[in-house]
Design a protein around this ligand. Sequence first.
Ligand code: NCD
Length: 307
Amino acid sequence: MFTKRHLVEPGDFTLEEMDRLFDLAQQIEQDQGYLRESCRGHILATLFFEPSTRTRLSFESAMLRLGGACLGFSEPNSSSVAKGESLADTIRTVSCYADIIVMRNPKEGASLLASRYATVPVINAGDGGHHHPTQTLTDLLTIRQLKGSIGQLTVGFCGDLKFGRTVHSLAKALARYPGISMLFISPQELQVPTYITEGILKKAGVSYKETHSLEQVIGTLDVLYMTRVQRERFFNEEEYIRLKDSYILNREKMKQAKDDLTILHPLPRVNEIAPELDNDPRASYFKQAKYGMYVRMALLASMLGRC
Ligand code: NCD
């Protein structure tokens, strides 16, 4: 079902296929020995042309827990890319050494290109401001586990909705579930791209609204997806400094929120959630990071045909 395929963007898997991954991840969560050693003898290459903590380490941890091995780089200057090697050549070469490739690259479309040259499956771990499908699997699994199902929910996205690839991927994926309403909360300069709102949500008949005020809508939300302002994608540092603290979620703002609101954040957090909220039972971003590892275990074992 999952073998000989790539994961470049959230639409690459059907809802049924994603459900299968979520069921597997849930089984792993309940029985930590499940699928252990299932990938022994297999090698994962992690090619990170951009910084990462959770995505790279959770993939590596997932592969090690499955009994497989990992190689790769997290600093492109230590690879032949620094000598001017093309992405196509790097990917063709790594395909000779690994059974599956996870790649993050600052250029939009890089993973799609890599998938055309690879002779092993490629997983997109973020291509510029475009997509981040395994974060989306993480987010959807977290919602499913904490809310009971994915659907009939009002989901607020807050922060840098222009450059935040996790927002683009999650909004696109949620549009496929029933009864989802979306609220996009951002400064004017960081609004969600129209290819998402007009191109995807409107066409799919999904209800959505754009606003600048978190205070005005927080009380209506079931899920609040906070994001950092993506400094590395700004052309102008002054603009970043002006916008970086547009939203700071704190105890005061949470007074208006529902008792069963789920606060998510793909992390890293900069300033947008005050640490005073970390012990609030509604703060679910560290649980989310753990679900990321389980779903990546499910994904690797499935794509390698080991379950
Ligand atoms: C996100 C990313 O890389 O897009 N991080 C992650 O993978 N958990 C979010 C971010 O960097 O802001």
